[in-house]
Design a protein around this ligand. Structure first.
Ligand SMILES: Nc1ncnc2c1ncn2[C@@H]1O[C@H](COP(=O)(O)OP(=O)(O)OP(=O)(O)O)[C@@H](O)[C@H]1O
Ligand SMILES: [Mg+2]
Length: 363
């Protein structure tokens, strides 16, 4: 994955490998998911863990302190209790430049590498020896059977290397470096069958509201029609709670989850925050309508920690006039007896990226 020479660094997105544990290094927690395949296309959730990260260790996907994040990963992994050490990780989409190109079909691997390199040279704003470059053949080109469509992905080497170093220092073997949006897309395949009409031929908005970032996607038949990131999330609510009740960040964070706040919390703090969230979502929908030929979404699926705010789904449904549910990537999976269903119901919406990464094992 991390060879110094470009020619051998071409496996940044490759997916064939033994069973992988999906690891999502987010801004407030590290999430880990291990799946097994119990039948063709049928999976079982074996284990998962969510390990808290100290404040400001990871911001916008940049890791401020490798040692501390690696320590947290090691702790989380211990709790996970898996013997498997092979892991899949991801970079935020904002750190990866992707481009689709069309090339003649039937090119040999080496020829294709040269084509990709030449193409990458034209649009990547860094020297090629500073980037990890990878490509994946997507299939026949839309209009010409003699051509294939190839996805090129490039990322600053240091971003990949940071994540690899974190995993290795925790005693793990990083085998796949993916992109968070692709991992989400992968996890979404597990959610779609639980939606009306199995999610088929529908425009579905998938909104992952984390601590610092909200990722807004619209998918149709599993493919992205639109995506947009907003620097907005549950951390805003934590800050509102701090201010309103004069609490430390840690106290505010705990109180928010345990719902142990004064009576006026709901009306004065929570409801205004949820209204803002709903407004951000309706705005993102407007952006989708104005920047594509579509003028409708059929379903909104919420994910991320903020999806757990009681009543957010109903409020978003009302404000956007679109049916809204909280997404569960394990909806069509078996679940190990080790896992408590009630706890999983609380945690599932946070695990989409890690689940998508774990699914890379089975392609
Ligand atoms: N039960 C809950 N009720 C309300 N908010 C919650 C709950 N559980 C988690 N959150 C909030 O959700 C946020 C964390 O969500 P999530 O784990 O999806 O974020 P993240 O992936 O760490 O962040 P990001 O994707 O922005 O890097 C935090 O702001 C947390 O306070
Ligand atoms: Mg997240």
């Amino acid at each position: 994955m991390l060879a110094d020479k470009l020619s051998s660094a071409f496996d940044f997105l490759k997916t064939k490998s033994p069973s992988l544990i999906g690891i999502d290094i987010a801004s407030t927690t590290i999430k880990m998911v291990e799946l097994s395949e119990v039948g063709k296309g049928t999976f079982r959730l074996e284990r998962y863990a969510i390990e808290p990260l100290a404040k400001d260790l990871v911001q916008d996907g940049n890791v401020a302190n490798l040692d501390q994040v690696s320590d947290a990963l090691r702790r989380g992994f211990k709790r996970l209790g898996s013997r498997n050490k092979s892991v899949a990780m991801a970079l935020p989409a904002a750190m990866v430049i992707t481009k689709k190109i069309i090339v003649p079909s039937g090119q040999k691997e080496e020829e294709l590498e040269l084509t990709v390199e030449a193409e990458a040279n034209q649009y990547i704003p860094f020297a090629l020896d500073e980037v990890n470059l990878d490509f994946q053949i997507l299939g026949a080109a839309p209009n010409n059977p003699d051509e294939v469509e190839v996805l090129i992905a490039a990322s600053r080497k240091e971003k990949v290397e940071d994540r690899v170093a974190i995993a290795e220092a925790a005693g793990l073997k990083p085998l796949v470096m993916d992109v968070e949006s692709y991992a989400t897309q992968e996890a979404f395949r597990m959610i779609a069958p639980s939606l009306p009409a199995n999610g088929r031929d529908q425009n579905i908005a998938f909104v992952d509201i984390g601590a610092h970032v909200t990722h807004f996607y619209v998918l149709r038949n599993g493919q992205f029609l639109f995506s947009r990131d907003q620097a907005f999330g549950g951390n805003q609510l934590t800050q509102d709670i701090q201010r309103a009740f004069n609490l430390s960040p840690e106290e505010a964070e705990a109180a928010k989850k345990n719902q142990g706040l004064p009576e006026n919390y709901d009306q004065d703090v929570l409801q205004p925050f949820m209204e803002t969230l709903a407004l951000e979502i309706t705005r993102a929908l407007q952006f989708f309508f104005t920047s594509t030929t579509y003028n409708q979404v059929d379903q909104i699926v919420l994910a991320g920690g903020c999806a757990l705010l009681p009543g957010l789904d109903e409020l978003v449904a009302k404000r956007a006039s679109v049916s809204t549910v909280v997404g569960n990537p394990f909806a069509s999976m078996q679940v190990s007896d080790r896992i408590r269903p009630r706890q999983l119901a609380q945690d599932a919406p946070l695990l989409t990226i890690a689940t998508g990464l774990a699914l890379r094992s089975f392609e």
